[in-house]
Write a protein that binds this ligand. Structure first.
Ligand code: ADP
Ligand code: MG
Length: 322
């Protein structure tokens, strides 16, 4: 199969919306940007062996690479609009491409985001997706806006994807088969919190998506906002599957440092909680205070948390000051 047939078969949407003047097929896309809005843009690369396991099934991979990008739009409170796909594959495998594009397109359809272009090259498997979304002018949610007195919340539950990764790597097997399936799903098929992000745009101060572990990501909020934070570790939302594996401080460390959850962590005035909690599963885990760092408390005592399990890319590689 030649490159053009491949693009035509798998990566050319059958219909395009009004906002796409020119989509896949020309030298570049031409997109209609509505007045009164700002464009929100993010890009993420997933490399085989680094960001996903070599034996991941292609349908899940298609889902995952788009989901992690949608999660960034969610964290900005943006409405997804368009995306581009730069696909580097070692060889043309039609069955693989079919499943990959099905996983990708299913999630794209679910979140009303349209593929408008890309690039296809040969090489070690790597996928770059760039997403475009919009927010009303001035409405983007930033990690730098946390305010002293805000409560700190997190959506969903923490640590499941970390367990899923351990199971996928064969380093762990959960006693209960349903729990095992659940954590694997949380790892392979993250669900981007787009609806929550958009709801937060009216009420939240600071928002970040939890991709590297809450510990690392909350640090970004604290640094960017110039505030401190206190986290009540006994309040962390943990799933039944997770509680079946770990308890006490060990569970806390795993939940705070494991990555890939793609939940949202956000700060807002406590009075905004009630309305939000009617529609979304959110948990208050702490408070924004004056200071410069995050302190963790467990059973009313301050504890030191080892967040070293959080994934820090290139932490042990000198890549010339990047
Ligand atoms: P160019 O030579 O101008 O880079 P290409 O031959 O790479 O053009 O691509 C032709 C068209 O197909 C362009 O509109 C491009 O955006 C689109 N395209 C290429 N690869 C992909 C892909 N993996 N997914 C979506 N669109 C793609
Ligand atoms: Mg090209």
């Amino acid at each position: 199969m030649r490159e053009f047939d491949l693009i035509e078969s798998f990566f050319t949407p059958k219909q395009v919306s009004e906002s796409v003047k020119v989509g896949v097929g020309d030298d570049a896309a031409v997109l209609r940007v509505s007045s009164g809005y700002e464009l929100v843009v993010s890009v993420d690369t997933s490399v085989e062996g680094i960001h996903f396991l070599p034996d991941i099934n292609p349908y899940d991979l298609g889902h995952r690479v788009l989901a992690v990008n949608l999660s960034d739009l969610a964290a900005m409170g943006a409405e997804p609009l368009w995306f581009t796909l730069a696909l580097t594959i070692p060889k043309v495998n039609v069955l693989w491409l079919k499943a990959f594009s099905q996983g990708l397109n299913a999630l794209a359809h679910q979140f009303s985001i349209e593929l408008v272009g890309g690039d296809t090259t040969q090489g070690p498997l790597s996928i770059t997706i760039q997403v475009f979304g919009r927010v009303p002018v001035g409405a983007a949610l930033l990690r730098s806006q946390a305010q002293v007195g805000d409560v700190i919340c997190v959506s969903g539950s923490l640590g499941d994807a970390y367990l899923g990764l351990k199971c996928a790597q064969g380093q762990m097997t959960l006693a209960n088969a349903a729990d095992q399936a659940y954590v694997l799903d949380r790892y392979y098929k993250p669900f981007p919190q787009v609806a929550l992000g958009r709801a937060l745009s009216k009420v939240a101060h600071a928002v970040i998506d939890v991709s590297d572990g809450l510990c690392a990501d909350l640090n970004h909020v604290v640094k960017a906002s110039g505030v401190g934070a206190v986290v009540a570790c006994d309040q962390l939302p943990l799933s039944a599957a997770f509680c079946g594996v770990a308890s006490g401080l060990e569970a806390v460390e795993m939940a705070l440092s494991g990555g890939d959850d793609y939940e949202l962590c956000f700060t807002l005035p406590a009075c905004a909680l009630k309305t939000l909690a009617r529609e979304f599963k959110i948990t208050v885990i702490g408070e924004v205070v004056e200071g410069v760092d995050v302190s963790y408390h467990y059973d009313d005592a301050r504890v030191n948390i080892d967040c070293s399990q959080g994934y820090i890319h290139f932490s042990d590689v000198d890549i010339g000051g990047i």
